[in-house]
Ligand binder design. Structure first.
Ligand code: XMP
Length: 511
């Protein structure tokens, strides 16, 4: 690949991926690597960014990168922990802060006319999130900017192209954060802004052609953005040698299988729809435990996919819609393995026995880039704007055991909710929405009759990547109308509640 690259060294901050995305938004290619696994081909990176961290440089668990091949040799931007690290271990001083240094603050420049602050006015809002503060700058440190509470908010090191900032330019609340990154990467480090969706498509198509040649490739479509964009890219590269399989696990949204299949055929993809609903329902019968359900759905998916792939002769490759966040090696703040909250069945791919080589055309890009690439490829904006939907589908939104009747009920509820969001112009303002069928019966009255029926919960969240989420303040009138429509139209449901929990602690899916 012939692009200038930025190396982002991760110290475990929740914002590290955001740094990567902001850099990519500037049409500059970036890679994220753990701070203790610095790539050996360092000469390929034209600049380095050090991320924040939940750790303290003062603690026993301070993270120590080996910067001997980096500092003074390439432009470095140190963010938050990075800035404290440079200070603490190079003759400066870091101490716990006395005042609360979390949230918005405003910069005042100590040195005007710094190229680092080009196009940014004094008073610019930045986002702080730290509990230590830099008391004394490191050797050769030159103060560039302060805020009301943080004296050493930005500095550079004389004699090096090293810049350090206590705030987070990657967060949207830092109003000029993107400009600051551009100043550093383009003006100071001299990187080219040539990483565009068009260049990605062109290079990926030729890389696929070279890698796969005239071999046949099989790909599992899910109806989601990633697998669709991967399929269209492959189709552009190898045409009819791409065989797509779209499995109906019986846990899709109402009419989803038929409508998405039609859409795929309209896009010229060579796609086979396989209705395996009954097979999934049979395997799920009587299972109540969420993890066992996920495992059962994952297992049957592999069996069905394998059966179909075996009907094709001479297939050599399996294509997957893996994206960059699935690939980035994460840094655990405590040094130990992070806990498995839920097993996502579609991460990790298919088992070895399929003996296929893997091709993953989206492996290098983030979700927002997948959408940009999809738009370049002419994919319908409605498809690209679809909310995320989990692989196990409604199976993890039906609490307790799964039956065909419960699936039907939830599909109806979900369709009323989602169509309502679309009609009210709310769908695109929400990151993800769906309904859960609860294993709860409650008493109601309809006409003069007593009812004892199911309760459903509606959930709508805002998020950037699903890792954290806030519930959405949907208009009362909308909730009122939706609740009425659900109770009037969906037989078996007599109560609707709205989930007002954020993540953490509540996950987005209930199972
Ligand atoms: P949670 O429930 O963990 O969900 O807060 C975060 C995001 O991941 C989706 N999700 C899944 N996606 N397979 C998927 O493809 C899964 O097994 C799975 N479980 C959760 C969820 O819909 C949300 O967008």
């Amino acid at each position: 690949m012939q692009h200038d690259k930025v190396l982002i060294l991760d110290f475990g901050s929740q914002y590290t991926q955001l740094i990567g995305r902001r850099v990519r938004e500037l049409n500059i290619y970036s890679e994220i690597h753990p701070f203790n696994k610095i790539p050996t081909n360092l000469e390929e990176y034209k600049a380095v960014i050090l991320s924040g961290s939940p750790n303290s440089v003062r603690g026993e668990q301070a993270l120590h990168p080996d910067l001997s091949q980096i500092r003074g040799m390439k432009p470095v931007l140190a963010v938050c922990y990075g800035a404290q690290y440079l200070a603490h271990f190079s003759g400066g001083e870091v101490a716990p802060s006395n005042t609360r240094e979390y949230g918005r603050a405003n910069l005042s420049f100590v040195k005007e006319q710094e190229p680092f602050f080009k196009g940014i006015a004094s008073g610019s809002q930045v986002w702080m999130s730290h509990s230590d503060t830099i008391k004394k700058l490191p050797k050769n440190g030159l103060l560039l900017a302060s805020t009301n509470d943080v004296e050493n908010a930005a500095y550079r090191i004389e004699g090096e192209e090293t810049y350090a900032i206590q705030f987070h330019p990657e967060v949207y609340h830092s109003t000029d954060g993107k400009q600051l990154l551009e100043n550093f990467l383009v003006d100071i480090a001299g990187l080219n802004q040539d990483w565009t969706p068009d260049s990605f498509v062109e290079e990926t198509v030729s890389a696929i052609k070279e890698k796969v040649g005239h071999d046949k490739v099989v790909l599992g479509l899910s109806g989601g953005v990633d697998s669709t964009v991967a399929a269209v890219l492959l189709n552009k590269a190898i045409g009819e040698n791409l065989y797509c399989i779209f499995v109906n696990n019986g846990l899709l949204r109402k009419n989803e299988f038929e409508s998405v299949l039609n859409q795929y055929e309209g896009m010229g993809l060579n796609v086979k729809g396989v209705d395996a609903s009954q097979r999934f329902l049979d395997a799920l019968a009587g299972i109540e435990d969420p993890e066992k359900k996920r495992k059962a759905i994952g297992r049957v998916f592999i069996e069905v996919f394998d059966d179909e792939a075996n009907k094709l002769t001479d297939v050599k490759w399996l294509a997957q819609g893996t994206i960059y966040p699935d690939v980035i090696e994460s840094v655990s703040a405590t040094g130990g393995p992070s806990a498995t909250i839920k097993s996502h069945h579609n991460v990790g791919g298919l088992p070895d026995f399929m003996k296929l080589k893997i091709v993953e055309p989206l492996r290098a890009i983030f979700k927002d880039e997948v959408r940009r690439v999809g738009a370049t490829l002419g994919i319908d904006p409605e498809l690209l704007g679809r909310h995320p939907f989990p692989g196990p589908g409604l199976g993890i939104r039906i609490l307790g055991d799964i039956t065909a009747e419960k699936v039907r009920m939830l599909q109806e509820v979900d369709a009323i909710f989602i169509n309502g969001l679309k009609q009210w112009g709310l769908y695109n303002k929400v990151w993800q929405a769906g309904a859960m069928l609860l294993p709860v019966n409650s008493v109601g009255v309809m006409g003069d009759e007593r009812t004892y029926e199911k309760c459903v919960a509606l959930r709508a969240v805002e998020s950037t990547d699903g890792m954290t989420a806030d519930w959405v303040n949907l208009p009362y009138e909308f909730l009122q109308k939706t609740s009425n429509e659900i109770i009037n139209k969906v037989k078996g449901v007599n109560r609707v509640v709205y989930d007002i929990s954020s993540k953490p602690p509540a996950t987005i899916e209930w199972e």
